[in-house]
Design a protein around this ligand. Structure first.
Ligand code: THU
Length: 160
């Protein structure tokens, strides 16, 4: 038996103000996208903004459903739309912000497991990492340089 240790480097910014200017702007777009969240069941609004190599920004928000599993997270709403609208264009950065209508979200809110898997698919497809910045409603922002820092042992098409 051999033990292996998996580690990841993440950067933590004290607030949005500490981010590079372009990321501040992208985060602002994620915050605005949050407003279009349809979340009557969880009261939890998530916004995502993805910057593309061609200068476009694609945004998305979580869309819930009375049949709960039929709903979709903000990250996948945005990334699937980016993939559908600009199939050959690389995704550079993703900004995420979450807010609850029940309490103040001050803890950076990372993408869920299914969204990590979806983001991984596009990183593999474009052969280039996507920077991911996530936060709650206010407070600290966490940056991952690649989805592989949030999802070790990625299952990708090399296993098929
Ligand atoms: N949600 C997201 O949009 N992204 C995530 O990564 C975590 C969860 C949404 C799904 C659901 O509408 C609500 O947040 C509560 O789980």
């Amino acid at each position: 038996m051999k033990q292996i240790t998996i580690s990841a480097d993440l950067q933590v910014y004290d607030s949005v103000d500490e981010l590079p200017k372009d990321v501040q702007h992208l985060m602002q777009q994620a915050i605005e996208a949050r407003e279009s969240s349809y979340s009557p069941y969880s009261q939890f609004s998530v916004g995502a903004a993805i910057s593309l190599e061609n200068g476009e920004v694609i945004t998305g928000s979580n869309q819930e459903n009375a049949s709960y599993p039929a709903g979709l997270c903000a990250e996948r709403t945005a990334i699937f739309y980016a993939g559908a609208k600009y199939p050959g264009v690389k995704m550079l950065k993703m900004a995420l912000s979450a807010r609850s209508r029940n309490h103040t979200v001050e803890v950076p809110t990372p993408p869920c497991g299914s969204c990590r898997q979806a983001i991984a698919e596009y990183e593999v497809k474009q052969k280039q990492p996507i920077e991911i910045y996530f936060m709650g409603e206010k407070g600290k922002v966490v940056k991952a340089n690649s989805i592989s820092d949030l999802l070790p042992l990625i299952f990708d098409n090399s296993y098929l």
